[in-house]
Design a protein around this ligand. Structure first.
Ligand code: C5J
Length: 218
């Protein structure tokens, strides 16, 4: 298959491509979560949910592999280094109790993927302690076992966990496409800059496309 993309068309086969949905968790998307507590306008992120749902449903219908990630720490925070724990306002730290349970802690209500994009049997779900989906996770091994060579990315936030994951993936040899209307940032200018830097220099990290262009070929 070949779809319209920037900086040039993106070629992939559904059988060797995974849809990777980064951190579409209640803590980042819903009012009362971590993102909101940090002073962000979460409605910006919620705006991409319908487009993500449309892609997920078409991807499932095509019978292709789906990967979900959650930014998630162990209850004892042994996988959260001080450099991460101490960032931001100390009253809102990872592990503290918020309206949706302990912030970014595995198993807490706020750590769950939003209901609209719930994982299904057969999906891969990765709990990641870092920003990148490959750091300290079995993701690369699982993708290799599944014969995956191409990754289509959606999720939040564009310039943090999505960008880190896409760079890690590119370093590991995957051809990566980011769906521009299925990713969002709390800072619109950061999203724009990230999309531009990913596809600059002949697609130095990967490609970008609109979800409609993917839906058309699926
Ligand atoms: C952030 C993320 N922004 N999933 N996490 O801290 O991008």
């Amino acid at each position: 298959m070949k779809i319209k993309a920037q900086p040039f068309p993106y070629k992939f086969e559904v059988s060797s491509t995974a849809l990777v949905i980064i951190d579409m968790q209640r803590d980042f998307i819903e009012p009362g979560g971590f993102g909101h507590a940090l002073g962000n306008d979460v409605s910006l992120l919620a705006g991409i949910v319908p487009a993500c749902q449309a892609v997920l449903s078409a991807w499932r219908a095509a019978g292709a592999l789906v990967v979900h990630t959650r930014e998630s720490h162990l209850a004892d925070l042994s996988d959260c280094p001080p450099s991460k724990l101490n960032r931001g306002n100390p009253t809102l730290r990872i592990g503290d109790i918020g309206p949706m349970g302990r912030i970014l802690v595995a198993g807490e209500p706020g750590n769950q993927i939003i209901a609209e994009l719930s994982p299904m049997a057969g999906d891969i779900v990765i709990d990641k302690p870092g920003k990148g989906a490959f750091y300290a996770t079995p993701l690369h091994q699982l993708l290799q076992q599944a014969g995956i060579t191409h990754l289509v990315f959606m999720g939040v936030t564009t310039e943090v966990c999505v960008q880190s994951s896409m760079r890690e993936a590119n370093d590991r040899g995957y051809d990566c496409l980011l769906l521009a209307d299925c990713t969002e940032s709390y800072f619109p200018s950061f999203k724009t800059a990230t999309l531009e830097m990913m596809r600059a220099q002949g697609g130095i990290v990967g490609w970008t496309a609109q979800s409609l262009d993917l839906l058309t070929v699926l």
